[in-house]
Design a protein around this ligand. Sequence first.
Ligand code: GCU
Length: 662
Amino acid sequence: LWLRYRPLPPQAAAALAAQARSLVIAPGAATSPVLSAALGDLQRGIQGLTGRLPAVATVPQPGALLLVTPATAPAGLTLPWQALGGEGYLLRRVRLQGREVTVIAANADRGLLYGSFAWLRAAQTGADLARLDEFSAPRLPLRLLNHWDNLDRSVERGYAGSSIWDWWKLPDLRDARYVDYARANASLGINGTVLNNVNAKAESLTAPYLAKAAALAQVFRPYGLRVYLSARFSAPVELGGLQTADPLDPAVRAWWRAKADEIYRAIPDFGGFLVKANSEGQPGPQDYGRSHADGANMLAEVLAPHGGIVMWRAFVYAPDARDRAAQGFAEFQPLDGQFAANVIVQVKNGPIDFQPREPFHPLFGAMPRTATALEVQITKEYLGFSTHLVYLGPLFEEVLRADTHRPAPGATVARQITAMAGVANIGTDRNWCGSHFDCANWYAFGRLAWDTDLAAARVAREWVQQTFTRDRRAVDTVTALMLDSREAVVDYMTPLGLHHLMGTGHHHGPAPWVSDLERADWNPTYFHRAGPDGIGFDRSPRGSGSVAQYAPALAARWSEPATTPEALLLWFHHLPWDHRMASGRTLWQELVAHYDRGVARVEAMREQWAGLRGVVDARRHAEVTAYLAVQAREARWWRDACLAYFQAVSGLPWPAGTQPPA
Ligand code: GCU
């Protein structure tokens, strides 16, 4: 991953070694498991990069790295402790009793851990350590991975092999990978992980599985990573033998209370439950005529005494919906103010389902009395699986920076949330994520969850420097290629606000013609509505009206094609094929141009990558090259299939100068 710690060239290695001659901690401090974890990676990193193992000491010599908290800071060191909060850190070069040293300062050991990884990041990305002054504290208290891992080790929408949780061998065998997994997460500031699929099996809450989860929690604890579980709402029936899972039934409540107590006996710092209820056939409180709030609050009540939380997902849609995009808001917004204090409503970034581009979900900012989490998908279910090179940093950045206008302009999604969850893309593949570049998406998720204001471009750059090379030209090339990749996939799959055109079930490849699925709101034709008259889903007041779920200023803007960004045009409007675009082209010509541009961008990415032969190691270079060839083939497949279909339903001739699909 990005913790390779490969040897630096001799001069750089010597310079770095001079900044990290020893690691200084207060006498006795090393007994803290978290601090030991921090020291462990500092030693491993410094040794790897410089060839010299720094000693752990208690007296600062020149060139020492000091790990300090308010309780252990040497006299004369004045630092802005308060601003650091519980998890933040400060890296600073200071002169202490006449000696040049670097301090890694935090209020607690967890901050020292994050600060240590930040120092290693600075060292690996070639920062000027002699002038180091870096302060960072996360705004979101909860930054979680959501594993959609099943107990049989299959992974829902996973493209990186099997689940890394070896349930058969746990709790006895603790694979060394669990430690590396925890290190990688800690290096980004990810502080929680939900182990099992949201489509949960009740068995995950039985004693044997709790013991397995407890073993993982023990491995993760020194890295500040808490364990959470997805809970199946009907577990009291399946495991407890009750007749009902009605959240207002006293026996049901008693069952969950006892279950929570049992979990906390096994895992004292258990984080809480993630729940998918009354969504895609999962059981939930509505089965008993109760609301999402009734269900969430019942679980919240039994977790509260232990300090646990409930993350209740808002991903719901009804089979008969006039507009599937409207359902989440319609069900959840009216419940604002009814959720217990330890409930977080977890909302996907967009109102449909992790499409290459969606507008932000209208629930963000619309539930001011409810804590909300932003859920993004790191695994690329709808973006070419792990084969297509798509760097998701720009997608995450786009949603975090989207202005909800609630209550006023400037209230971005990032300012509305208290947590960020990423559906993990990790598996047993040797490269962890199914492709080398998909590791950048795990990285980008963690970095942006820690600091929602970070630029995706900067994150890409530092990932490349740590993962591939520090060669300036190569870093520029790979970063540029990554930054282009998201718009490329939008162009060759679903440009101009189109969405949900993919193959049924597996979600790979194009299938815009599918119209006969058992549920209308699964059909691609339901979403694109292409016909002789035009294309697009009309969500304006003239259509489904769901644009009104956004703040009035946005709703007004997006109700008119002229003031809707072209990137979202067909999301909000159904327009005639000859609709005039900003470029002067007709909509049909513009659509063809976007599909062509997507294919061309992938070809450009291939060329850029080919130019790095010899700069990037041969094995990784070859593997990425092979995947880019697949991506180029599949980008054409997407373009040709979609355009051939749209051409057939529109009856329009091919725009002059373009090639009809073969
Ligand atoms: C998508 C995905 C499912 C998943 C669901 C969810 O629909 O295809 O596999 O279960 O999202 O987020 O719950």
